[in-house]
Design a protein around this ligand. Sequence first.
Ligand SMILES: [Zn+2]
Length: 313
Amino acid sequence: MDTTSFLKKTIDGVTTVEPALTPPSADSPLNTFAKKPKLGASKTKKKEIPEGLWTKCPSCASMIFDKELDENLQVCPKCDHHFPIGSRERIHSLVETCSFEEMDADMTSVDVLKFASYKSKLDRDRKATMLKDAVVTGIGKIGAHKVALGVMDFRFMGGSMGSVVGEKLTRLIERGTEGHWPVIIISTSGGARMQEGVFSLMQMAKTSAALAVHGQQRLPYISYLTNNSYGGVMASFAALGDMNVAEPCAMIGFAGPRVIKDTTHSDLPPGFQTAEFLLEHGMIDAIVPRKQAKEKLIGFLDYFAAGKKYLPA
Ligand SMILES: [Zn+2]
């Protein structure tokens, strides 16, 4: 693009047009701009860090080698910050090798309400997570205890509870009751899945009813809450454990803090809705760090078995 502008000059009745400024040639020493090196084009090439190799801890700002993070169950080795973890990795970290038999692995959601872009979101998350929906359920062994285990996954539509999550969990609980096994559900969820409207709200009653029957048989249920356990999940099965335990710093509640602040028009206390705050106020029974989860769960199950609540299978 020619950026030279022109001036009209009239000298002694003769009008001439000449450039207002003639740009210096590229070789001219006046052309300082042309000689400036391009930004970022330094002679020594910066070492490029491949993406997905390091993760910055949001709590202590350390750079953690991803492999180290994987080996440490997605817990920061410097400050114990708990990163989100996938449902399959979590199951792998808890159950005895080859003991987990998955249930209803192929159950998938139907777009009953023809909700805008629901199908495309389901497809997107199925591809991204290799999961069919937001919970994986099955029967496995933790230590000497056979348990009915359900683990939610926040990566799949925010761990929201639609018909599939509700149905899979209900079948899991009923299977636990039939087999006379304890039920353990590890929750992470934004709540009910709005794209399924009333069908997702029904899951709250369905899962709670199944747990009531399980309880009537004097069988234990442990609810393990992990970061972001909110809404319809917290208002149903996630809060109904014989023991409700949580991961450190997990945010747990029904409505989020902003909604509560706007509704009550009052300032919320520091640490509101964190696992530590809820432990102090009696809403949960214990804080269980992820790396101690297996050992602690075995301890709780031993305790229930010793109280003759149930006999280990
Ligand atoms: Zn950290």
